[in-house]
Write a protein of this length. Sequence first.
Length: 317
Amino acid sequence: MAEGKEKKGFFKRLVEGLSKTRENIVSGIDSIFSGYSSIDDDFYEEIEEILVMGDLGINTTTAIIERLKEQVSKQHIKEPMECKKLLMDSIKEQMQVGGTAYEFENRKSVILVIGVNGVGKTTSVGKLAGKLKGQGKKVIMAAADTFRAAAGEQLTQWANRAGVELIGGQDGADPASVVYDAIAATKARNADVLICDTAGRLHNKKNLMEELRKIYRIIEKEYPEAYLETLVVLDGTTGQNALAQARQFNEVANVTGIILTKLDGTAKGGIAVAIQSELDIPVKYIGVGEGIDDLQKFNSDEFVNALFNMENNTQED
């Protein structure tokens, strides 16, 4: 029962968070559907323009429109209004996460979480720890973002809230050595998951790359049996800038998923679609608030239904 209640509350907050995106995209699309009497090039062009303006990006939008045209032709659809569900289905299809996306939950695993300052990275690490602990897993966190003075302190607060152990180093300590200590603790305590909060200084990619390489080497050498997941945290309010960051991080790390934060009032929610479609990196979690439960697994049906404010036919995950 509580699970359903939490889901409902989250969906409602997601609907509210995407309201600005909806104003940008959906109201415009609805007026196209009702304003056109036939499906022609102008009709498609207007939909295309609105999706691009909603931060879905050119490539993603092109793929969605191509798929829409294909379905319209295949199903011999003549009425513009009948295209709405097809459009929603086409967007959902671009965003399917895939069955193995959360494999790390079923194995002994190390989750590296990277992202630039200010995107909600440390907060996301804390929430994820709380989420996994809630599933009955033994979780350890590593404070390996040693260059941001407040990060360790912030993570300590989250460790207390989530009820998990934190392994930290001194400010300015070598992040790889913190990960080394955390792996030793994880093995000694037979923990299920180690979550590492790592730095993300994109303005100096060479240093970041070196640092991540060292961390990857230590994990490979000290804990080769662990399943390795690398999640990048992006701020949903930054739109195309978030896509550019994801692309840069993907050049220096083997990124396996995205945590998209701050979807609680952004006009740029369409960026979730663009990241997944253009980079082929799934959005695995989305955050719609500050609470420990405000980070949830991404569900493309729920997301697109919230975008179009269609609460029925949401799927439980």
